[in-house]
Design a protein around this ligand. Sequence first.
Ligand code: ADP
Ligand code: MG
Length: 484
Amino acid sequence: VGREVLSEGGTEPEKFGSAGDAANAQLAAEALWAGVSERIRKKIGVSSYNSWFKPLAIAPLHDDRIILIAATAFLRDWIRNNYLALVLQEVRRDMPHVRDVAIELGVGKAPRSAEATTASPDPADTATDKVPAEAKVARDTSSLTGALDENLTFDNFVTGKANELAYAAARRVAESDDVAFNPLFLYSGVGLGKTHLMQAIAWHIHQTRPERKVMYLSAEKFMYQFIRAVRFKDTMAFKEQFRSVDVLMIDDLQFFSDKDSTQEEFFHTFNELVDRKHQVVISADRSPSDLDGMEERIRSRLGWGLVADIHPTSFELRVGILEQKAALYPAIHIPEDVIQFLAHRITSNVRELEGALKRVIAHHELMGRAITLELAQDILTDLLRANARKITIDEIQRKVAEHFSIKVTEMSSSRRARAVARPRQIAMFLAKKLTTRSFPEIGRKFGNRDHTTVLHGVRRIEELIQDDASLAEDVRLLEAALSN
Ligand code: ADP
Ligand code: MG
């Protein structure tokens, strides 16, 4: 259905993209949507966004009409009744000439991830409530790959120190028949690759041993299905569908917090699978012991297998990820300094990093602006501000003292020997440059010095940077280390 809907208006993609072909119109649409949906996410919050916007696809661009694609009538109507004005408003920020935004029913492309389709009661699901257990199992497992994002594979996962343990563990689970550790428990902050690794496991198993039944779902979906099963007195079928799988993966387990009966049911299912030596993989935003809404015995049981956390990314890893994502757009050259800039400044999580890159590409595609550092700075101000790490004076003092091998206490001491006075001035200079503190505030942090002393110190370093190459280099290194 989807494709027919899309072509009926006679798309004229020539305006977008150099070759003027349909692929470019689609690429341009996706690039536009990346930026627009990111802003919508900020506006309406992650959970509403995940429920309503994440599952949407966008049709190739018409010149004055944007068409979104929803996979269910329910979703389509919900967006139509609640969000179209917001979408139009956000679209016009990038493309002021757009006349209207429509939403149609269609297959579109696979949703970004399975969890995307879960948060809302899906009428397609409700319709099958009376279907016998076997049929349900078949439906759920055969539709598994439909719910997966084809980009979330091991091949597309860039590894570094921050995530190598989690990656190795996920690979091991995907590749071996025996159950090495049960459960595999992955945890990290948001946007660092948990869902990516879980879906990569599912893909790998699906491709190498299609006979194995893999089930991937979010804790929310588990909860929803369970509550529905209870309501329809259908818990036997519910239990059956989980107990028949070889690998069960539950994403974002923290959503179980304080849901007693669901927790209990999950725990039974979990124990049964583990007893039968079927693999269980869990993800959450914190470690098992920190899942405070969970019962103690469940928490401790979750930690019996392998617990692997994913750390915040390093600069090098971010560069690697950007290079890999940029390679997905072979026709577009992204200069090295832009990559470095993004890796340097967007440190919060990989999702935002990807969003930033897509937005840069979108502007290039839509506005024909060359991809430069200025462009990136210009269009990413909101992201950059949100990512600006708050550097503290204490941190600056520590780093500078360490760099010059002096004691931190010298920062507030009254000693005036050059060996301590110069580093102190450098620290003042950096405090002025990298924080929003005033001269008097900085003075107080440096042993209650007068603000004129700080002012003098800052000026002195500004002069020396011009004349003294080695001091300039020290300052540059320190600044880089502090801003990372
Ligand atoms: P989480 O589930 O931990 O919140 P996701 O797995 O959804 O995070 O990751 C967010 C986005 O970042 C996804 O698009 C994912 O593909 C990407 N991503 C995260 N880590 C990596 C990585 N190491 N290499 C490539 N892409 C990554
Ligand atoms: Mg996730």
